[in-house]
Design a protein around this ligand. Structure first.
Ligand code: PBG
Length: 324
């Protein structure tokens, strides 16, 4: 035999030497769930190890993460039903939970990077990402609302805006609005190829944000489509996005690769709540080794072409790296 590929696997140092892909804590973004109150750390049943945090608890969590070398956070707000309305008007009220906490975090930890969520669903009494009229999601009227949220978040100190709504034209609309108001340094990480997925269930438990009627199929993408992701990416790139995101990650590794091969912008992937829950549930039952499964999944997302990964495993991974 002239070729024995096993020779390159014969010892740990050689295996490490030829390793093509690595995951570093630097690649990870940690989503956080915020809730009103103080001293609160409310467990989310479908996401073991993840909590809704009151602002003070979020500060403590961020302090711990920074000490582990984890520096990028994606907060999402859990909003009481009584504050939700058709127009998500709570979302741009200057002293709301979200904006207040963003300011608090950036004051205490200017080195923490915040990617903030631009979409109506946490604040919408309809539980949709856009404005609903007669059962229909109205694209262009939603853009105005998203832009108000975007400006309010930029004013609060957000580093990167993450429009997660999938309305047409929102990246350019938000970019122009930001630039007009002098926020030329605020970036946009666009949720470019966001699919209508069953894997968002636990997130909607966390935020209590499930659609009150219908589904999200008129704006989130059909899981059957890959070419459509290219179209979305072409538009987002032309509209001024700084990052292109694919979501979910694990069932869409081909889409991550497709965007990586066709675009020069950094690719992010969202390892979503349902993907986290599956591993946690199987591990809790003793059916898989949770730690190894986590590492393998994160590695696969990087191998597929993602530069950055939003993942609920971020802190757990960072702790393992820090203690190595
Ligand atoms: C919607 C949004 C979703 C997630 C974050 N923002 C999906 C949805 O509810 O449709 C899901 C994230 C996850 O599942 O971890 N703006």
């Amino acid at each position: 035999m002239l070729h024995r590929p096993r020779r390159n696997r014969k010892s740990e140092p050689i295996r490490r030497m030829v390793q093509e892909t690595r995951v570093e804590t630097d690649n990870l973004i940690y989503p956080l769930f915020l809730t009103e109150g103080s001293g609160l750390q409310v467990p989310i049943k479908s996401m073991p190890g993840i909590f809704r945090l009151s602002p003070d608890a979020a500060l403590r969590e961020i302090e711990e993460c920074l000490a582990l070398g984890l520096k990028v956070f994606a907060p999402f707000p859990h909003i009481e039903d009584s504050l939700k309305d058709k127009f998500a008007s709570e979302s741009w009220r200057e002293d709301n939970l979200y904006l207040r906490t963003i300011r608090l975090i950036k004051e205490r930890f200017p080195e923490a990077v915040l990617i903030t969520d631009v979409a109506m669903d946490p604040y919408s009494s309809d539980g949709h990402d856009g404005l609903v009229e007669n059962g229909e999601i109205i694209n262009d009227a939603t853009l105005e609302i998203l832009a108000k949220m975007a400006i309010a978040q930029a004013q609060a100190g957000s580093d990167i805006l993450g429009p997660s709504d999938m309305m047409d034209g929102r990246v350019q609309y938000i970019r122009e609005m930001l630039d007009n108001q002098g926020f030329t340094n605020v970036s946009i990480m666009s949720y470019t190829a966001k699919y209508a997925s069953a894997f968002y269930g636990p997130f909607r438990d966390a935020l209590d944000s499930a659609p009150r009627s219908g589904d999200k199929k008129t704006y989130q993408m059909d899981p059957a489509n890959a070419r459509e992701a290219l179209l979305e990416a072409t538009l987002d790139a032309a509209e001024g996005a700084d990052f292109l995101m694919v979501k979910p990650a694990l069932a869409y590794l081909d889409i991550i690769r497709l965007l990586k091969d066709n675009f020069d912008l950094p690719i992010a992937a969202y390892n979503v709540s349902g993907e986290y829950a599956m591993i946690k549930a199987a591990a809790a039952n003793g059916w898989i080794d949770g730690e190894r499964a986590m590492k393998e999944c994160l590695l696969s997302i990087r191998r597929a072409g993602a530069t950055a990964i939003l993942t609920y495993f971020a802190k757990e991974f960072a702790r393992l790296q820090a203690n190595k």
